[in-house]
Design a protein around this ligand. Structure first.
Ligand SMILES: [Fe+2]
Ligand SMILES: [Fe+2]
Length: 183
């Protein structure tokens, strides 16, 4: 069963974020912050997974974990790999993740900063959700995106997507996260 973006995002805030926060070494705010960039990536990941007709839980977890080990805003290809032990600890605590789903999440997180072809919908949705901001900032190139929904969103502007977010976030979510990924 699929829930709306808003309901799924609230599930992330209440059931996933508190555990991620315990293990993440990334900042809370700023360009790669947990409440700014990661929140936006989780939201877009849900959006892209729903557009594919896929289950959202694994995508939420992959997006939630992807920058847990990001400690700077520089070019950094190893923070995906460094996030694995942190993501493993968080997943052990969250529980209820099958072996196959866990493998897909780990692959997506580990390789999100490399230019590899996405092997499944978990990697597609995380990588597309993460790269969407880059397209808004540096220009859109469809070759960096796997899903049709991401191609549409990445080819528009950040402002247009923030307006979409405002219409699909609960009051609770709007109080917690920062819209706009805080430049
Ligand atoms: Fe990253
Ligand atoms: Fe990221």
């Amino acid at each position: 069963m699929q829930y709306s973006i808003s309901k799924t995002f609230d599930w992330y805030l209440t059931h996933v974020l508190p555990t991620v926060e315990k293990y993440a070494i990334q900042k809370k705010d700023g360009y790669h912050g947990l409440y700014t960039h990661t929140a936006a990536v989780v939201f877009r990941g849900i959006d892209y997974a729903l557009a594919l007709g896929q289950d959202t839980a694994g995508v939420v977890l992959a997006c939630a974990f992807h920058d847990m080990a990001r400690t700077n805003d520089e070019y950094d290809i190893i923070h995906g790999k460094n996030a694995i032990p942190l993501a493993e600890s968080a997943m052990n605590e969250i529980g209820n993740v099958s072996y196959d789903l866990r493998e897909s999440i780990i692959y997506a997180v580990k390789n999100h900063s490399l230019n590899l072809p996405a092997p499944d919908y978990i990697s597609e949705c995380l990588w597309d959700a993460d790269r969407t901001r880059l397209a808004w900032e540096c220009g859109y190139n469809p070759k960096f995106f796997a899903t049709n929904r991401a191609k549409i969103i990445a080819s528009k502007t950040a402002k247009e997507y923030i307006d979409f977010m405002k219409g699909h976030l609960s009051e609770y979510a709007l109080k917690i996260i920062q819209l706009g990924e805080s430049y």
